[in-house]
Structures are given as C-alpha cells and as structure tokens.
Design a protein around this ligand. Structure first.
Ligand code: ADP
Length: 542
C-alpha cells in the first residue's frame, strides 16, 4: 500500500548510532576498578564497541549465542552492551553477588560462550570456571599492564584492551529482526533455581522510549546521570540505553558504592539524576549527614527495587532539595512498570499528603497495564482500599522464561507479579507486600511495608523489617526487627508506642526485636525468608 511509513526495525545498535551522530561529544565518566577516573565521549564508545564487535566475530560468537559479563558499572561494560547485542548475540549480565553455585548454574544454563569480567571478580571466575563446560574463553576487562599473571584458570584468558586494539573499527551493525533476543538477566531466585528473562531488541527500545519520558524517569540531554543500580541487574533499569537515546552525560561509579565515594563523584561530575535501591541511599545519606555535606547539582533521584520509606523521601526532598521518584519494577518487566510522578491536581497538595502519595509505587507507564485480583481471579476496584494480587501485561513484560519447561507463568495473557497491591482512583499502585510475605492475622491481611514505613520515621531506626511470626491465637502476627542507630537508647516499648495513632490498632506489631544487621540478597533486598526461619516462632516460644 502506498503512503505508509518506513519500516525500520527497533534495534539496540540504533541507540549507539544515534548517540555517536547526534551527541558524539557528550561525556562518559567511569571510576575504574584500577582506582582512577576514566573519561571519554560517545564517539569513542561507538568506535570501541565496533572494534569489540569485530573481536567477538573473530572469537566465533554467532548470532543468538550468549556472552556473559561479570562487571561493575563502567565504560567497558557499556561497550559490551552494544557490541554484543548490536552484533546479534545476547548480552548475559551476571550478578557477582550470587552464590558461586547459582552463578555456575546460570552460566551453564545460558550456555555462555565467553565471559567478560572485571578484575575484582577473578577469584570468583576461578571458582566458577571448572564447573562450567560451555565457556571456553574468559576475558579480563583491563589493559595489558594489569593482566593477572598467576591465575588458576585452565581455560583461555584474554585481555580486553588487546581485543580492542587488535581489531578495526569498521563494522556494519546487522539489520536484525527486532524480535530477536538482545539481552538476558536471571531473577535472583530466593527460592528454587534462578530463571532467565530474555529481552528482545524491540522490547528494549520500547522500554527505553517510555522510561525516558518526563513522567517516567524524566531524562534529557541536559542531565548528568549516575546509575548506581548495577548494570548486572536488569540493565541498570535501562539507563545506559536511555542515556544514548537522549544524549545525557553518564557517570559510572565502578566498584565504589560507599557513601563517601558516591558523594565525591556526584559533586565532582555535577550529577543531576541518580538511581538506586534504598540500601545504597542509606549509606549516602548517612555520609552526607555526618560530614554536614550537601548536593550542589543533584535534583532528582530514582528509588526502587524495594519500598522507599517516607523518611528517606523527606530527607532527600526537605533537607537536600533532591526530588524522589519512587519506581516499581521487576526483572520480568525490563524493569520499569510504574513511577510515582504527580498528576496536575496533586502538585499543590499539603506536604504530608504528597509524602503519603510518594510512599506509593506510582502509576502505570504507557506500555504496561496492570490490575489487581482477588483469590478467585476476579478484578478488584481501584478504590485505594481493596488489596489483591498484582498482574501486568505489556510491550516489555516477559511471556515465559528462557529454556524453562515449567508451566508458563501467564494467566489469560497477564503476568502474575507475586506482589500484593492496592490501586487508588488516580491509578496510583501501592505494594503492600510480596505475596509470600503477607501477614495473615485472624483471616485479615496486614501490610508489612506500611509498618516498616512508620518505623523508619523514628529517628533512632536505621533498618526496619516486619515479618509474619506464627501466633497461637491469630495464626500470624507482625513482628518488627530493628537495627538501631549506633549509640541510641531506644527501647522496644518506646518504639511500639510510636505506632499509636499512626496505624490501625490491630496492625501494630506485638513485639520489637533489636538485631545487629539483617541479611541482604544479591540485589540489596532484605531476605525476609531467612529472618522468618530465625524469628518465625517468636510468639510461640515467648
Ligand atoms: P529479584 O530478582 O530480587 O526478584 P527484581 O528486581 O526482579 O529482583 O524484584 C522485583 C520485586 O522487587 C518486585 O516484584 C517487588 O516485590 C520488589 N520491588 C521492586 N520495586 C519496588 C518498590 N518500589 N517498592 C516495593 N517493592 C518493590
């Protein structure tokens, strides 16, 4: 038919080509594993990615085959994002915080042909390598001068910079099918084996467009973006792709994720927008607090992966004039599903009401639809009260898992998130729990997330985790585990009284237990199942 649009496939390489042609002078700054700061521009990134694409072809990597990375956020990792996916193979980002058994399982399951790694992870690679048969070549992401001399690898070990230097920079990015796979990320699997989520070029590009929008992560060519969220976890929430699309300056923190290093980087590079999980921001805020520091350029921070406590939102906004964007997503969602940005009539609400709104995970980004259902699968109203299982569907939601013969997850075309939520009349969704973490007290559900949010408002609380503990009368009752601020004099009764008037009486935890620390999983989230193993019988033995 005449009079139609051009048909150009949506491809990851097109983001790089755009960045090179239209934002070639824009900077990418990385703190390296070697300790120094590295800077170059988008045109250097594009040129080196093409060299690496030639190197991958020389290594015999075929379209569709998987290439693993075990690396921090940095420019070499960014080059691989484009060299691997752009040339038609699949970028498989590996999470170094996983147990070595899980890593070996994932590499073998994905049949990674080559694994690239940052020097930090050489010991991990040495433990994993003998247990995987698919990977014959490992590449250390460093220059010749830093190549490990003594290593216990029986497989071939190559040097990243040698591969770049030894290959030419002429490479034509192939015109791939936009529905072919571009990258692969496994869910951390707190129970059972991890499952692989395979993103396509099309889903990645559509996610990039939508996540960059003003009411989503709100990114532009005037931004300096610091993704603290790792590139090994759901593609750093898509920020490497978004930065190319909008031409933003990128700042990569490498392995230095402590408060002091992050603050230094934010100030030196004049970061305007950062992104990470609440546990990382806790370290940053504690550092800024003790050094009486401030943020001279940062205006927004994206917080997700776990609920952002109101106390954190208030500290960022009221004390530091940094706006918090609370977002929700999952590996299966590429990851962005909802973002909490105000509608017009909410901007002028009183501050307390706006904070209450910001405790919610937000409204749907175009491209992802959502619904909540009851136990019989019946859709529940968006009244801000009814609570049910959250289902999603959309352009960048997974249909099934990579190489997995289990029953496919979708139900009538909707993906069950495993989260329990309510949705208000404005379409703002609020997670009340993971379905496995809900507290069922006398047949009614209590939200552990809301209890934690209130506990965080107490100035002497560093970490608050509420779990379901078995109870002789009510089946389950909330038990609050608290890590106190060092040197604090807080006692359990004082914290329990703090809940009075802030929460329905029967939602108030029956007891508070002080702990030194809480166990964190591979993506920085609290492992509630471990705490339940330890404290689940607290009320039975009390
Ligand atoms: P994992 O691999 O640890 O499951 P994901 O990033 O895929 O990592 O985890 C997704 C889950 O994280 C969601 O289903 C939800 O339970 C939780 N989550 C993500 N963002 C938020 C948020 N802003 N508030 C509450 N929970 C969140």
């Amino acid at each position: 038919m005449q009079g139609l649009m051009m048909q150009q496939p949506l491809l990851v390489a097109s983001l790089l080509m755009h960045a090179e042609r239209h934002h070639g002078e824009q900077e990418i700054v990385s703190r390296r594993v070697e300790g120094d700061i590295h800077r170059y521009r988008y045109r250097d990134l594009a040129q080196r990615a093409r060299r690496m694409a030639n190197a991958l072809a020389d290594l015999g990597i075929k379209p569709g085959e998987r290439v693993g990375t075990l690396a921090w956020n940095g420019y070499r990792h960014m080059e691989l994002y484009f060299a691997v996916s752009g040339s038609g193979s699949v970028l498989h980002t590996l999470n170094p915080r996983l147990h070595v058994d899980q890593l070996a399982y994932i590499i073998e399951h994905a049949e990674d042909r080559v694994v690239f790694f940052d020097l930090t992870f050489l010991p991990l690679i040495e433990s994993v390598a003998p247990r995987v048969s698919s990977t014959k070549v490992f590449v250390a992401m460093t220059g010749r001068a830093h190549m490990p001399r003594d290593h216990g690898l029986a497989a071939t070990l190559l040097c990243y910079e040698d591969l770049v230097e030894d290959h030419g920079d002429v490479f034509d990015w192939p015109l791939l099918d936009e529905n072919s796979a571009s990258s692969l990320c496994y869910t951390s699997g707190t129970t059972g084996n991890p499952k692989g989520v395979l993103y396509s070029h099309r889903s990645t590009l559509l996610h990039t467009y939508a996540a960059a929008l003003p009411d989503s992560l709100n990114c532009s060519a005037r931004d300096v973006i610091l993704p603290v969220v790792p590139m090994f976890h759901v593609n750093a929430w898509g920020l490497p792709y978004i930065a190319c699309m909008v031409g933003a300056k990128l700042v990569f923190p490498g392995p230095a994720l402590d408060g002091k290093s992050l603050h230094e980087l934010i100030e030196n590079e004049q970061v305007t927008l950062s992104a990470g999980v609440p546990t990382v921001w806790q370290g940053l805020l504690a550092h800024v607090d003790t050094t009486m520091g401030s943020f001279s350029s940062m205006r927004r921070t994206i917080i997700g992966g776990a609920p952002c406590p109101t106390a954190m939102t208030a500290t960022f906004q009221a004390r530091h004039r940094v706006d918090v964007l609370h977002a929700w997503g999952m590996t299966e969602l590429s990851p962005v599903g909802t973002v909490c940005s105000f509608k017009a009539h909410q901007v002028s609400l009183p501050m307390e009401e706006r904070y209450a709104l910001q405790a919610k995970q937000g409204r749907s980004v175009f491209g992802i639809d959502m619904k909540i259902v009851d136990m019989d699968g019946k859709e529940l109203p968006w009244d801000g009260i009814a609570t049910g299982d959250l289902f999603v569907r959309g352009h960048w939601a997974t249909r099934d898992y990579f190489g997995n013969d289990d029953t496919p997850p979708l139900r009538n075309g909707w993906f069950p998130t495993g989260d329990v939520a309510r949705i208000d009349p404005d379409g703002f969704m609020q997670i009340t729990d993971r379905s496995k973490d809900v507290i069922k007290s006398g047949g009614e559900w209590i939200s552990s997330t809301e209890i934690e949010n209130i506990a965080y408002l107490h100035p002497e609380v560093t970490t608050a985790v509420c779990i379901a503990a078995r109870h002789p009368k009510w089946d389950e009752r909330p038990l609050l585990l608290i890590v106190k601020k060092p040197g604090g004099a807080l006692v359990p009764d004082e914290l329990l009284t703090f809940f009075d008037g802030r929460l329905a009486r029967w939602w108030k935890p029956d007891a508070v237990v002080f702990v030194d620390s809480v166990p964190l999983g591979a993506t920085g989230k609290v492992l509630k199942n471990r705490l339940r193993d330890q404290f689940g019988d607290y009320y039975l033995s009390a």
